[in-house]
Design a protein. Sequence first.
Lengths: 298, 148
Amino acid sequence: MQVRAIALGVSVVMLVAILLASRPSVLPAGALPAHTADAANGERLLHAGGCVSCHASPGADSETPVLGGGLALETPFGVFRAPNISTDAVHGIGAWTMLDFVNAMHLGVSPGGQHYYPAFPYASYTRMSFEDLMDLKSYLDTLPPAPHPNVAHALKFPWNIRAGIGLWKLLNLDSAAVVSVPPDNTLLLRGRYLVEGPGHCGECHTPRNWTGGLEKSRWLAGAPSPEGEGKVPNITPDKNGLAGWSQADIEYYLESGFTPDFDTVGGSMAEVQANMARLPAEDRAAIAAYLKTVPALH
Amino acid sequence: MSRLFITSILTLVFVSSVAVAGTDPILARQELMESTRDAAKVIGGMLKEEQPFDAEAAMAALKTWKKTATEAGDLFPEGSDTGHDTEAKATIWTDRAGFESSMANFNTQVDAAIAASPDSLEALKVAAGPVFNACKNCHEGYRIEKED
């Protein structure tokens, strides 16, 4: 009887501890470094992150991104809707402070203190430096407002309970790098940063475990498509992956959209490739170098 | 007598269906796309600087693309949307105007590339770039992504 009471007590304490630990927490005021934001670098990061592919207003196809959101992402959990991240003060993020933005990108927490769903890939963006996030925000600040109201996600039970995201974060939100590279190799460090951070390549190319987090032991080894049908390819240097591709092949693919066999890029990757094509060649070279270095997984 | 007649008819049907298969638009367009891709390898190999620039070989490849631009549009008749592992997407028939304008764009870019008569690697890059983009754009809208 006493044992049972103790067990119950311990369970309650643990449950409360988990609930407390999984509440949204944000960075304290003053957490940001002194930094003069560089909007040009922010634009480069916008392309590296492919922000436009999800957040562009439907039909917007201008040179200047219009980020009114609205894209529907159909997943087994339900339909996610990319929100308005334009400078509109009401519907977009025009009224956000720099710290609000960093909290969203680094911790997945909204200015109102709510957890974001990880369909917004902050589990990758959490690896971005605060300076880069500040540069990105300063670039977004230069873009036009889009007055589109946000459309709510339509998720199935139990995914519609946001508190669950806190638990997900305890298990899966980690800003540590995934693959170790020599600390003096600036090319590989840059490639790792782009792939594991802003590029969020692992979000589709790495399978997920039962908690919905990325299975890091299968890093970039290919996965079922997050949108249900088909498969996302293995991009490790395995014979099932990119073993037959030279570093130059990967660079050329990211630049032009053509495989070594001169087939064209397909599916969701077409958008990604178009974004990668807008990066400086040195960034594509860094990505290619990193992809040739990650552990080959079958 | 009647059995012989039926057998003859069946044989005729069989033979003519084989003959028709020889001009099956799906097989014909697959062959055409294969040659298009081979030409892309020639030009792409130069652009990637895996092969030395060769103006004659480049022009021959451009002319192969011109053949595709001329013939491909007619190889997607109604009813040729299934069979032979075709990667043609239903949008070809549901959005015929879009498909045709996409093919017309390919033709325009190929014509421009041939007219430019590229005599250096730099010139070839400039001439072939828009054609490559035309390939990609059309595939994006009108081709199914198949798993290998």
